[in-house]
Design a protein around this ligand. Structure first.
Ligand code: NAD
Length: 353
């Protein structure tokens, strides 16, 4: 692996300097190429604002580390590389998979808070593939493409990490990140993620011989009544312990509407005397390609609005550790407790008016 200061990988001096540089990433985890890009950027900007994406999401094997953990380890790796902490700023931004405008607005606002309105801002990044399309979405900032050329990517680091190829990991990440990863392996969070990783690997392997990559179809139920939404705590993998809307895979002989209602009754013990299909208020498709770690999964979500009045009794089924009516305020305020994109589904139905 190339050392972080390899001059062959850093850009030739750019005559101009910017007061601020913005570097957006997921950093799950930060690796040597991220460090090189940041060090290159610091040659051209006074302060570097690192925008840490995918914040406030439940841990999963694609997003194993919290934004706070990523921020701490990025600070440390840059300090080890000789960067004064005063030159660093951080902004943490949630994903908004179905609302690009909201995501852009949160990035703009987070950066503006750091720059206090300065227009002397450069955006650093690498248009590596379609996933970097967002770099074209900030015309107010001068785009400064990185000259770092490296095949490294965080997916490979996570794979090596979860598959115990630790010497490979050591070659891909700065020492501070390696130390963080080694300590993380001792935590209960790691044990849960590792169980989930192994489960998902087997799950995908079971489909590997299909002639085409499978596309799964699911249905979910957002049942609301008197300012509460019906949620279950998942008892099984993936997402064990996380909150979810009741829902599941479509059976061959049923409609999507029937599937959503069936799962809502069976997972929560909601009485079938409550006629969910008759109380359908809205429905929407949620199809972000990366929304599920099991594979490509398109879900059809239904909003069943049961109006006002007392909350019906619930009894969690075997595949749900708990079923409860969650106040809207709690559901909206805590994206980090929800499985996959279920928080975005709730936001869609509750906030769209
Ligand atoms: P990343 O950590 O993979 O990469 C960060 C930056 O480093 C990118 O510019 C990338 O091109 C560059 N980079 C990565 N590997 C490199 C290498 N080997 N050599 C040179 N440069 C390299 O992060 P990302 O996936 O690009 O992060 C974007 C973040 O923004 C994510 O959290 C994503 O979810 C979020 N996002 C959210 C929305 C939304 O919610 N609507 C939209 C766009 C982006």
């Amino acid at each position: 692996m190339t050392a972080p200061h390899d001059p062959a990988l850093t850009s030739p001096p750019v005559a101009r300097r910017w007061a601020y540089g913005v570097y957006i990433g997921r950093f799950q985890p930060p690796h040597q190429a991220h460090l090189l890009v940041m060090l290159e950027a610091l040659q051209h900007v006074g302060q570097l604002i690192v925008v840490i994406g995918s914040a406030r999401a439940a841990r999963n094997t694609k997003n194993p580390f919290t934004a706070a953990e990523r921020q701490a380890v990025i600070s440390e790796m840059l300090r080890d590389a000789g960067t004064a902490q005063e030159r660093l700023r951080f902004v943490q931004v949630r994903d908004h998979l179905y609302n690009e405008g909201l995501w852009l607005s949160e990035v703009q606002e987070g950066v503006a808070q750091q720059t206090r309105g300065s227009r002397d801002v450069a955006l650093i990044g690498h248009l590596k593939d379609e996933s970097s399309y967002y770099l074209r979405s900030f015309p107010a900032w001068t785009f400064l493409p990185t000259h770092v050329v490296s095949p490294l990517n965080a997916t490979d680091v996570r794979q090596a990490f979860f598959e115990d190829r630790l010497s490979e990991v050591a070659g891909m990440v700065p020492p501070a990140v390696h130390a963080f990863l080694a300590a993380f392996r001792e935590t209960p969070e790691y044990r849960d993620l590792r169980t989930e990783y192994d489960y998902l690997r087997e799950y995908r392997a079971a489909w590997a011989r299909a002639p085409f990559p499978p596309v799964f179809v699911t249905a979910d139920a957002a049942v609301t009544r008197s300012g509460h939404v019906l949620v279950v705590r998942r008892a099984g993998l993936p997402g064990r312990g996380q909150l979810a809307l009741p829902g599941g895979f479509l059976s061959p002989g049923e409609t999507l509407l029937h599937c959503a209602a069936r799962r809502a009754y069976s997972e929560t013990g909601l009485s079938e005397a409550v006629n969910l299909p008759a109380q359908r208020r809205a429905q929407a498709v949620f199809d972000a390609p990366g929304r599920s770690q099991r594979g490509r999964t398109v879900t059809h979500a239904f909003h069943f609005d049961l109006g006002t009045g007392p909350l019906p009794e619930l009894h969690a089924a075997a595949d749900a550790a708990e079923a409860r009516w969650l106040p809207f305020s709690e559901a909206l305020a805590h994206p980090e407790v929800f499985f996959e994109d279920h928080h975005a589904i709730i936001e869609h139905f509750l906030l769209r008016g």
